[in-house]
Design a binder for this molecule. Structure first.
Ligand SMILES: Nc1ncnc2c1ncn2[C@@H]1O[C@H](COP(=O)(O)OP(=O)(O)O)[C@@H](O)[C@H]1O
Ligand SMILES: [Mg+2]
Length: 241
């Protein structure tokens, strides 16, 4: 589904020059839910922004589905943002005066779908995230976890095959965070319509529940598991063999 090859990105120039990505290589299969960890400021959001077509990289390439980009100006990857990638953020970015169903439907209407079809698709998506009995509630009447599920419904409603989630559980309590993660896994592992998710998280416990874990370290991603993330490999190495 996604292939990132030798992706580089530098901000600033002269003494302010900061090379954030130094040749990132990674792949994500259809149906995979991958957690991305790394220190604050290591470039996780930058990487997501380039994959999502919001920012151009300096070198390397990205292949998502049948599209290749990575260094193209964001105005030339409109189709990536419209058709391929759904976003989920830490703060849910819901419109506070609109019901759950309208929050999801309005995004579809903006992409050109009729009102009637948008509402129908919104109801399907909200049912999929377990909110069938909360369709007509406004965000204020929903818990944080429910609001994030509305945002997830909005992200999947356009049948986008790839979700980028930047610290999606950062504003949630532990139980709601776990529910969101389980929902992500269910969406990825749906046998009829599997999607892929790349999720940034600071929570090693949540990350360890993903299908796979990547660590962004010194401008590159490396495969990781929860044991090496905690420095447990040296102490208890070999135990898993
Ligand atoms: N538009 C920008 N201009 C200059 N520096 C930036 C910009 N965006 C991010 N950075 C810098 O790049 C580094 C990585 O940022 P970011 O990708 O947000 O890290 P993370 O999400 O891992 O915390 C940080 O040092 C940040 O200050
Ligand atoms: Mg970030």
């Amino acid at each position: 589904m996604l292939d990132v090859n030798g992706l580089t990105k530098t901000f600033g120039s002269g003494s302010n020059r900061l090379q954030v990505l130094k040749g990132v290589d990674m792949s994500i299969e259809t149906g995979e839910m991958v957690a991305l960890m790394g220190p604050s400021g290591s470039g996780k959001s930058t990487l997501l922004n380039i994959i999502g077509g919001l920012l151009a990289g300096d070198g390397g390439s990205i292949t998502l589905g049948d599209r290749t980009y990575g260094q193209k100006n964001p105005s030339n990857v409109v189709d990536i943002r419209r058709e391929y990638v759904g976003w989920i953020f830490q703060d849910f970015h819901l419109l506070e005066n609109l019901t759950a169903v309208d929050n999801v439907a309005v995004a579809l209407e903006l992409s050109g779908m009729s009102s009637k079809d948008s509402e129908a698709a919104a109801r399907v998506a909200l049912t999929k995230v377990g909110l069938e009995d909360r369709m007509d509630h406004i965000p204020d009447q929903l818990s944080g976890g429910q609001q994030q599920r509305v945002a997830i419904a909005r992200a999947i409603a356009g049948n986008r095959p790839f979700l980028l989630a930047d610290e999606p559980t950062g504003n949630l309590d532990i139980a709601s965070g776990k529910e969101v993660l389980q929902l992500f896994k269910d969406l990825c592992h749906d046998v009829d319509n599997p999607i892929s998710i790349l999720m940034v998280t600071h929570d090693p416990d949540l990350a360890s529940n993903a299908d796979r874990m990547l660590l962004l370290n010194d401008g590159k991603t490396e495969a990781s598991d929860i044991r090496s993330a905690w420095g447990l490999d040296e102490e208890e190495g070999g135990e898993e063999e």
